[in-house]
Ligand binder design. Structure first.
Ligand SMILES: Nc1ncnc2c1ncn2[C@@H]1O[C@H](COP(=O)(O)OP(=O)(O)OP(=O)(O)O)[C@@H](O)[C@H]1O
Ligand SMILES: [Mg+2]
Length: 269
């Protein structure tokens, strides 16, 4: 299956990539899993749901203009009650489509506080485009605020990213709890896709201990993916160059790990 082939139907899975702990690799996993899924032939949209806009700059070079197409502009159109097509705000790259982030995301979302669609706004945005994608990946921010409630409400699945560290594995508990609340209140069909361990130094005994701890503590509630993403300098380097590591170093262990993760994700949905 080639990713430029028009299919008659798409999976329409919406995956919130999350952990309230900062820096564990949510953005990196969104970018690289997105590209890996695309290389398998799936149609992928990556959505930058974080005002830090790291996903956007990790996929689009600063010099390349995105012509006022971003999540903030979409939200402003909804607030202004304008009729618009979401697809007009999508940027196309070689492997994945993108809804770019907006640094003032908080300002737009604040205006939704008093509205009845405050929790469902992302779900409503994806409603008209879900059928055109196999996977919509939302890069969530490292907060427990409104942006996460909106992402968890729009999602069909939650993918938790964890570093092999104490704080990051504490963030896993928060993510599971928020998912449970969302399931009860705003999204009864929400599923936990799994936990992926990222930034692993396989030679470090404390990393191995945390991996074992994460597997033992959580796998009775949620799948912990067999694939572990190694900590590799080329992963960070690729993002700095607005590329996935799969494009930057296709044979690197990290690229191979993201390809394996993509296969596990496809089997898990
Ligand atoms: N597997 C990896 N190997 C090496 N570096 C990595 C890896 N994963 C992530 N990084 C680096 O770690 C830093 C944090 O990663 P990233 O921005 O993806 O985390 P995040 O969870 O999205 O952070 P935030 O919570 O701030 O949004 C970045 O500099 C990134 O390049
Ligand atoms: Mg991030």
């Amino acid at each position: 299956m080639k990713n430029d082939v028009q299919k008659s139907s798409y999976l329409g899975e919406v995956i919130a990539v999350t952990n309230q702990k900062g820096g564990c690799g949510k953005t990196t996993v969104t970018i690289n899993l997105g590209v890996a899924l695309s290389k398998l032939g799936y149609k992928v949209l990556c959505v930058d749901g974080d005002k830090q806009v790291n996903m956007t700059s990790g996929l689009i070079k600063r010099s390349e203009t995105i012509e006022n197409k971003d999540l903030g502009v979409i939200l402003q159109n909804i607030l202004d009650d304008k009729k618009f097509q979401v697809k007009k705000f999508i940027t196309h790259t070689r492997y994945v489509d993108i809804i770019a982030g907006n640094r003032a995301l908080y300002k737009y979302l604040k205006d939704f506080n008093e509205r009845s669609d405050r929790n469902t706004v992302y779900r409503n945005i994806f409603e008209g485009i879900r059928d055109a994608y196999d996977f919509i990946l939302i890069d969530c921010p490292p907060t427990a605020g409104a942006e996460n409630v909106q992402a968890y409400t729009a999602a069909t699945q939650i993918l938790i990213v964890s570093e092999p560290s104490l704080y990051s594995s504490d963030g896993v508990i928060d993510a599971i709890e928020i998912a449970q609340i969302a399931k009860k209140k705003t999204n009864k069909d929400l599923k936990l896709l799994g936990i992926v361990i990222n930034k692993m130094n396989f030679g470090w005994s404390d990393h191995k201990e945390y991996e074992a701890d994460i597997r033992q503590s959580y796998q009775k509630y949620v799948r912990v993916f067999d694939t572990v993403i190694p900590c590799r300098a080329c992963v960070a380097k690729a993002t700095t160059n607005a590329k996935s590591v799969l494009q930057h170093r296709s044979k690197d262990k990290a690229s191979i790990a993201f390809e394996k993760l993509a296969l596990e994700v496809v089997k898990g949905v």
